[in-house]
Design a protein around this ligand. Structure first.
Ligand SMILES: Cc1ncc(COP(=O)(O)O)c(C=O)c1O
Length: 304
């Protein structure tokens, strides 16, 4: 992942420029105040070339995140989708992670965003597994609660929100865990710092509902639909912290994390401590879809 890569291009304000020429002022509003809006998207190799997974949904969420924060980037969904595909083509990338980012390209001190120029860049990088450990990670329920919509809009992928994710994740890592699990302010399970969470109990797939202050992930939605298509019952509801300890299986889902099994929470082994059968089945089903081997969900792929 830290491998040196050749010249990269980024799409910046409707122009394809070399990454090293894509410059912004050091005082950029979004750098100072975390006012950027972003997406995280993956493209995968398929037998018919590289394909972006659920491009429409990611670009729709990007637009909605901007709308929530009253930011107008001036581009249509169609233009942004083309920009994403163009960057992958220009960089000659195979499987990769794509980062569209909208920000206030303005170097004044004030907080106000009115009248400030909005810029958008789209960059892409080769990207492997987010969690190196594929045999299950060890998580800690964070001492930090997940933000909620009375504080900041949880459904917007806004840079500032991620300080909440970062502080929880860093605490967990400092204490020797692989990742954090955040509870909502009322004590129910919300999600990981950049992942949704699923439990398996008695062959039923459970996941915190939208009232649990989660970002409704596109991977989460994909897994719910995939599970239903293979006859697994799915329940979206509030989840108690202790249900994490007594679940048969537990896993994170997300664009970066894909499906990552969690085999220990707060030092308590989940199930028998190994990656569970339903997790494995869904991970395989997801892998088949993203690599174009399951044509039933071919509509989720946009070929580059
Ligand atoms: C806070 C948070 N929750 C959940 C997710 C998973 O969402 P998705 O599956 O759309 O990547 C992400 C990643 O975007 C996230 O940042």
């Amino acid at each position: 992942m830290s491998k040196k890569i050749p010249t990269q291009y980024v799409w910046l304000d409707n122009r394809m420029v070399k990454a090293e020429d894509a410059k912004v002022p050091i005082m950029t509003h979004s750098l100072q105040y975390g006012s950027g809006i972003f997406e995280g998207i993956r493209a995968y190799e398929t037998d018919n070339g590289v394909a972006v997974f659920r491009l429409d949904e990611h670009v729709r969420r990007f637009m909605n995140s901007m709308k929530i924060h009253a930011m107008n980037c001036g581009y249509t969904e169609r233009q942004l989708k083309e920009a994403i595909l163009d960057v992958i083509r220009k960089d000659g990338l195979g499987a990769c992670y794509i980062r569209p980012f909208a920000f206030y390209n303005d170097d004044s001190i004030g907080l106000s965003t009115s009248g400030k120029k909005v810029s958008v860049f789209v960059a892409a990088r080769p990207f492997g597994k987010y969690f190196a450990k594929q045999t299950g990670i060890r998580c800690k329920v964070s001492s930090w609660n997940r933000i909620n919509s009375s504080i900041l809009p949880v459904e917007a992928k806004a840079s500032g929100n991620y300080l909440n994710s970062i502080i929880a994740s860093m605490e967990a890592k400092r204490l020797g865990f692989d990742e954090a699990i955040l509870l909502s302010q009322n004590g129910y399970v919300a999600e990981g710092p950049g992942e949704n969470i699923f439990l398996v109990r008695d062959n039923v797939l459970l996941t915190p509902d939208k009232g649990s202050d989660i970002l409704r992930g596109i991977t989460r939605d994909s897994l719910i639909k995939l599970a239903e298509s293979i006859g697994i019952e799915v329940q979206e509801r509030q989840v108690h912290r202790e249900e994490l300890y007594t679940a048969d299986e537990l896993f994170f889902s997300g664009t970066a994390a894909e499906l990552t099994s969690i085999t220990e929470v707060d030092g308590i082994k989940v199930g028998n401590g190994a990656v569970g059968p339903i997790t494995k089945m869904l991970a395989q089903a997801f892998d088949d879809v993203v690599h174009g081997r399951n044509t039933d969900f071919g509509g989720w792929l946009t070929h580059v």
